[in-house]
Design a protein around this ligand. Structure first.
Ligand code: PSU
Ligand code: MN
Length: 299
């Protein structure tokens, strides 16, 4: 694998690869741009512990001084959580960052891309990017990325700040399979249900592993498998709808565009709900990491 030459592995991840232990990739944008300091670092560490306790090894992925890292040492995780110069990077930014030796946190698209390069098959995140609401055209590179990347990604659906219906249509177009974990209802990130159905329900990590293992036989092994894991205790629906309306209006007033949109809306939710949405967000990441570890063990 050419890629191992360009990836710096943490000691723990290098040992896991050598011992063929199950590994779970984690994204870093959630740490740098999705959660406020200082809780971001605490959550990043907690999530890694959940994966270890379940018998797998966490590989948090990020770019430090232009170098791709899979698995971060403690001081490196701190840099991602606390350094102001850490930008949000998608797949298209990787070569630029490598050439300019900058540091960046990786989105779902970039994390999946690097994880697949490293031979890691399972990835836990909060919510996927998708098609944004509103008139302007804004579709996350996560969707195209998943169509081109072989990985099982565990998420709580897409954030309700997005156009869920359009996002599901795009996933269909891009031939990315979507599975509901113990549900036929597509989750709405902060909300247990988004109002849209999922055709395929799975009830165990073993069933997910069986689907993963069938892909090559039917010549669809190039794309991701999306596993959606609904949050157990959702954000109160009335509060959620008020936050969504207020956040969208404030983003429009402030002319927020491009990759700043998602972090802006997440920050608005956390601030105006006085941390209630943050608590739900943290629960989502923890639960998805637990399930991802179980899937990694089953593969
Ligand atoms: N889910 C979260 N918090 C986040 C994100 C997802 O719970 O911060 C990040 C992911 O890194 C995702 C990105 O890939 O938001 C999508 O950004 P955009 O809409 O700009 O593609
Ligand atoms: Mn966008």
């Amino acid at each position: 694998m050419y890629s191992h030459l360009v990836i710096t592995f943490s000691k723990e991840v290098a040992a896991a690869i050598a011992a063929k232990k199950p590994i779970v990739a984690l994204e870093s944008t959630i740490i740098s741009h999705g959660l406020p300091r200082p809780r971001n670092l605490a959550v990043a560490r907690e999530v890694e512990e959940i994966i270890r306790a379940a018998g797998a090894v966490p590989a948090t992925i990020a770019i430090l001084d232009g170098k791709i890292h899979a698995g971060l040492e403690s001081d490196q995780l701190e840099r991602i959580a606390n350094e102001d110069g850490v930008v949000k990077a998608s797949t298209r930014d990787l070569a630029v960052l490598a050439a300019t030796k900058k540091s960046a946190a990786t989105t779902v698209a970039a994390t999946a891309h690097i994880a697949a390069m490293a031979g890691i098959s399972v990835f836990a995140t909060g919510g996927l990017g998708g098609v944004h609401r509103g008139d302007g055209f804004d579709e996350s590179a996560d969707l195209r990325g998943l169509s081109l990347t072989p990985i099982v990604i565990v998420c709580a659906g897409v954030k309700s700040i997005l156009n869920v219906e359009a996002t599901l249509e795009r996933l269909e177009t891009l031939a990315v399979p979507v599975l509901g974990y113990k549900t036929n209802k597509f989750p709405g990130f902060y909300l247990t249900e988004s109002g849209f159905e999922i055709e395929h329900r799975v009830d165990s990590p073993a069933e997910i592993a069986a689907i993963w293992n069938q892909r090559a036989e039917v010549n669809t092994e190039g794309s991701a498998v999306v596993v959606t894991n609904p949050v157990k205790v959702q954000l109160e629906k009335g509060l959620h709808d008020r936050l969504l309306e207020g956040g969208m209006a404030e983003a429009a007033r402030n002319h927020i565009t491009g990759k700043a949109v998602t972090p802006f809306l997440l920050e608005y939710f956390h601030r105006v709900s006085e941390g209630k949405s943050l608590d739900v967000n943290v629960e989502i990441i923890k639960a998805n990491s637990q399930l991802a570890a179980e899937i990694a063990l089953a593969l």
